[in-house]
Design a protein around this ligand. Structure first.
Ligand code: CU
Length: 118
Protein backbone atom coordinates (compact mmCIF):
# COMPACT_ATOMS: atom_id res chain seq x y z
CA UNK A 1 0.00 0.00 0.00
CA UNK A 2 1.45 3.35 -0.98
CA UNK A 3 1.51 6.22 1.43
CA UNK A 4 -1.08 8.07 -0.64
CA UNK A 5 -3.50 5.14 -0.53
CA UNK A 6 -3.11 4.92 3.22
CA UNK A 7 -3.82 8.63 3.59
CA UNK A 8 -6.87 8.38 1.35
CA UNK A 9 -8.18 5.40 3.27
CA UNK A 10 -7.68 7.12 6.57
CA UNK A 11 -9.43 10.27 5.43
CA UNK A 12 -12.53 8.72 3.90
CA UNK A 13 -14.31 7.68 7.13
CA UNK A 14 -13.86 11.20 8.43
CA UNK A 15 -15.35 12.73 5.27
CA UNK A 16 -18.31 10.35 5.42
CA UNK A 17 -18.78 11.17 9.08
CA UNK A 18 -18.75 14.92 8.43
CA UNK A 19 -21.26 14.50 5.58
CA UNK A 20 -23.57 12.48 7.82
CA UNK A 21 -23.42 15.07 10.59
CA UNK A 22 -24.07 17.88 8.08
CA UNK A 23 -27.11 16.05 6.68
CA UNK A 24 -28.44 15.40 10.17
CA UNK A 25 -28.07 19.10 11.03
CA UNK A 26 -29.85 20.11 7.81
CA UNK A 27 -32.64 17.67 8.58
CA UNK A 28 -33.07 19.23 12.01
CA UNK A 29 -33.20 22.72 10.55
CA UNK A 30 -35.75 21.78 7.90
CA UNK A 31 -37.83 19.91 10.46
CA UNK A 32 -37.90 22.89 12.81
CA UNK A 33 -38.81 25.48 10.19
CA UNK A 34 -42.37 26.76 10.44
CA UNK A 35 -44.47 25.44 7.58
CA UNK A 36 -47.10 28.15 7.74
CA UNK A 37 -46.25 31.63 6.56
CA UNK A 38 -48.65 34.51 7.14
CA UNK A 39 -48.16 37.96 5.65
CA UNK A 40 -49.12 41.25 7.27
CA UNK A 41 -49.94 43.61 4.44
CA UNK A 42 -52.35 46.51 4.03
CA UNK A 43 -53.26 46.22 7.72
CA UNK A 44 -54.53 42.66 7.21
CA UNK A 45 -53.29 39.13 7.77
CA UNK A 46 -53.00 37.05 4.59
CA UNK A 47 -54.42 34.47 4.75
CA UNK A 48 -56.77 35.41 7.58
CA UNK A 49 -57.24 31.84 8.70
CA UNK A 50 -54.97 28.81 9.01
CA UNK A 51 -55.27 25.27 10.37
CA UNK A 52 -52.27 23.59 12.01
CA UNK A 53 -51.54 20.81 14.47
CA UNK A 54 -50.66 21.19 18.12
CA UNK A 55 -46.97 21.89 18.58
CA UNK A 56 -46.58 23.44 15.14
CA UNK A 57 -45.57 27.02 14.51
CA UNK A 58 -46.63 29.79 12.19
CA UNK A 59 -44.36 32.47 10.84
CA UNK A 60 -45.69 36.00 10.48
CA UNK A 61 -43.87 38.37 8.15
CA UNK A 62 -44.49 42.12 8.27
CA UNK A 63 -44.74 42.91 4.56
CA UNK A 64 -45.96 46.46 5.12
CA UNK A 65 -43.08 48.65 4.04
CA UNK A 66 -43.69 51.44 6.54
CA UNK A 67 -46.04 50.13 9.23
CA UNK A 68 -45.35 48.62 12.62
CA UNK A 69 -47.53 45.72 13.72
CA UNK A 70 -47.79 44.04 17.10
CA UNK A 71 -49.25 40.53 17.17
CA UNK A 72 -50.66 39.11 20.36
CA UNK A 73 -52.79 36.24 21.63
CA UNK A 74 -54.79 36.53 24.80
CA UNK A 75 -56.54 33.24 25.54
CA UNK A 76 -57.01 31.19 28.69
CA UNK A 77 -54.81 28.43 27.19
CA UNK A 78 -51.77 30.55 26.44
CA UNK A 79 -50.67 34.07 25.71
CA UNK A 80 -48.26 35.55 23.23
CA UNK A 81 -46.93 39.04 22.63
CA UNK A 82 -44.56 39.83 19.77
CA UNK A 83 -43.69 43.34 20.82
CA UNK A 84 -43.14 45.76 17.93
CA UNK A 85 -42.93 44.04 14.55
CA UNK A 86 -40.81 46.24 12.33
CA UNK A 87 -41.25 46.19 8.54
CA UNK A 88 -39.59 43.08 7.17
CA UNK A 89 -39.43 41.37 10.54
CA UNK A 90 -40.44 37.75 11.09
CA UNK A 91 -42.33 36.55 14.16
CA UNK A 92 -42.69 32.86 14.98
CA UNK A 93 -45.53 31.62 17.19
CA UNK A 94 -45.66 28.01 18.38
CA UNK A 95 -49.06 26.73 19.49
CA UNK A 96 -48.80 24.34 22.46
CA UNK A 97 -52.54 23.72 22.83
CA UNK A 98 -55.47 22.73 20.63
CA UNK A 99 -58.34 25.13 20.01
CA UNK A 100 -59.20 28.20 17.98
CA UNK A 101 -57.04 31.23 18.63
CA UNK A 102 -57.33 34.85 17.55
CA UNK A 103 -54.06 36.54 16.70
CA UNK A 104 -54.73 40.26 16.97
CA UNK A 105 -52.71 43.41 16.33
CA UNK A 106 -52.32 45.84 19.20
CA UNK A 107 -51.87 48.71 16.74
CA UNK A 108 -54.61 47.93 14.19
CA UNK A 109 -57.74 46.63 15.99
CA UNK A 110 -59.31 45.32 12.78
CA UNK A 111 -56.43 42.96 12.03
CA UNK A 112 -57.34 39.41 12.95
CA UNK A 113 -55.87 36.02 12.16
CA UNK A 114 -57.73 32.89 13.23
CA UNK A 115 -55.55 29.86 13.95
CA UNK A 116 -57.27 26.50 14.32
CA UNK A 117 -55.01 24.10 16.20
CA UNK A 118 -55.98 20.43 15.94
CU1 CU B 1 -51.05 45.87 12.64
Amino acid sequence: MSLRDAARRARRPLAVGVAAVTLAALGTLVGAAPQYSISQKGREFHPGEVTIRRGEAIQIVNDDADLLHHAYIDSDKFSFDSGDQKPGSITTITFPATGDFDVLCAIHPKMRLVVHVQ
